[in-house]
Design a protein around this ligand. Structure first.
Ligand code: NAG
Length: 303
């Protein structure tokens, strides 16, 4: 702008001096013309030079005017560009503000994330150490588990063995009542008591048709018996082992009170040993649905 103004001022200055020169020149020429008539060749030449100069100045002026017009056009262009640039600048500035605030926000977020990252790192370390602890525990547990499993296998095989042994072990237990027929005896001879009401006979070691118990295996046996006599009767039960009497038992009742006898034995018997009970001559024994007189026994254990 300043350049343009300067140029314009220069141009005005030039125009002023040109006009003055022109006027002065012309005045001079008129003066000369008035004073000298006819004109000498020197004066004519000066006049020509003056005309020529005037012509040049006008040409220059036109050129300058054209320049001014051009410059004006240029100035307008520059102003437009300037305004565009200002628009872009202010737009950029507001974008810059937005960007700055976004940067601030991102920085804050970044700081928060950094804090979170640190916290996560700490937690990760803790978790890793816990994980390694757990892995160790797991390994220990697996060792114990496999040890337990192998012990379990051994135990199972032992159980199987014991079950087989148990299944093979003889089971002997019997219990029988004498009769439902009431009183037996007294007789003139000893008779073998045949306990006919068999309630239990595991192993079938007791034979109700003979009244004999036969030990199936060598072992320790527990045997019991009970004898009952009605009011006024006398009851006796003798124990025989392999047809040898090993025990006598008797009980005398009176008219008001019935008689009971009972006894038990724990005997070491070998396989095939026989036990039976005998009602001796002159004695009686009574039984009914109440099973007052009974014989029972069982194998405690083998030997
Ligand atoms: C006694 O013998 C009768 C059969 O005479 C029977 O019904 C009852 O169950 C027996 N009682 C016992 C305890 O065995």
């Amino acid at each position: 702008m300043r350049v343009v103004v300067g140029l314009l001022l220069l141009l005005l200055g030039l125009c002023g001096s040109g006009a003055q020169g022109e006027a002065g020149g012309l005045g001079e020429v008129n003066e000369i013309n008035q004073n000298t008539d006819p004109k000498d060749p020197a004066e004519e030449s000066t006049e020509q030079i003056t005309k020529q100069t005037t012509c040049d100045i006008w040409t220059e002026l036109r050129a300058l005017r054209d320049m001014v017009v051009e410059l004006n056009v240029h100035v307008e262009l520059l102003q437009r560009e300037n305004s565009d640039l200002q628009t872009r600048l202010s737009s950029s500035e507001s974008e810059l503000l937005i960007s700055k605030s976004r940067i601030d926000q991102l920085e804050r977020e970044n700081a928060v994330q950094a804090t979170e990252l640190t916290s996560l790192g700490t937690r990760l370390t803790t978790t890793e150490s816990k994980t390694s602890d757990l892995e160790k525990e797991n390994a220990d547990l697996q060792t114990r588990l496999s040890s337990s499993e192998s012990e379990l296998l051994i135990s199972k095989s032992r159980i199987d063995q014991l079950e087989i042994e148990n299944a093979e072990k003889p089971k002997v237990a019997f219990y029988a009542g004498l009769t439902n027929a009431g009183q037996l005896g007294p007789y003139n001879t000893d008779i073998t008591l045949k306990y006919s009401k068999v309630f239990t006979n595991i192993g079938n070691a007791y034979n109700p048709s003979t009244g004999f118990f036969t030990a199936p295996v060598k072992g320790v046996y527990n045997l019991q018996f009970t004898g009952y006599c009605y009011h006024g009767g006398n009851v006796a039960v003798h124990v025989y082992k392999n047809n040898q009497r090993i025990m006598n038992n008797w009980e005398i009742s009176n008219d008001n009170v019935p008689g009971y006898l009972t006894n038990s034995l724990v005997l070491e018997l070998t396989a095939g040993d026989e036990i039976h009970l005998v009602l001796p001559s002159g004695f009686s024994i009574h039984d009914s649905g109440n099973n007052h007189s009974s014989f029972s026994g069982s194998l405690l254990f083998t030997l």
